[in-house]
Design a protein around this ligand. Sequence first.
Ligand code: PEP
Length: 250
Amino acid sequence: MTKTIFAANWKMNHGPPDAGSFLDRFLDGYQQESGRELWFFPPAVSIQSVAQRVARLPGILVGAQNVYWEPKGAFTGELSVSMAKDAGARAVLVGHSERRHVFGETDDETGRKVRAVLDSAMTPLLCVGETLSERDNGKTLAVIHRQLAVLDGLDGESLARIVIAYEPVWAIGTGKNATPADAGTVHAAIHSWFEKRGVVGGTVPVLYGGSVKPENAQELLSEDEIDGVLVGGASLEPKSWQAICAVGLD
Ligand code: PEP
């Protein structure tokens, strides 16, 4: 993997005024570094303003936190893929654990969303990860494989356009992160899942997410199998997000 992806999931934080002031502070002194990309997933109402603000900055991309797979119609409260794209999104988070566990999103729905995003020439960032009880029962890899199975039937070209985030549910927002070695084992299994389906090794980036902070980002990103990070809480404050995005720069 030649690039490292630093993805910020703002969840239900930073509406348009806050997003603007975050960017004022974050971009002050920002310099693009080759080999790293910054992806911002603001709430839907802020996609357009963030996208306009970073439009001329190479290496920064904006995405949506969620979409619905139908193109339009009577789906109150939903955001279509083309609406997200028209607002400036180029990627979409799919299957985030909060979508799965708070809103009851199923594997089938996750698969439909991935296909809708691919059809609109955007990048799905598919999140997978086990709960604590699944981990304690030794089911981590079985859960990951079940969640990846929603990609069955996609051709190699489509598979090669996907990005995966391994986010153990027990690590999200809890302050507990997987050790680099534990995450590395799961990442290796994900990389190999794609290789077995003909996607050349390393083509599909696999990010780690779950309580990434300035203090542990370096250690996690030093693990060979980890191609980037997906960060919630620590991406909300410009200084801590700057510190994470600067990991590895001297
Ligand atoms: C996330 O929301 O994807 C996430 C990993 O959150 P946190 O960094 O707060 O654990």
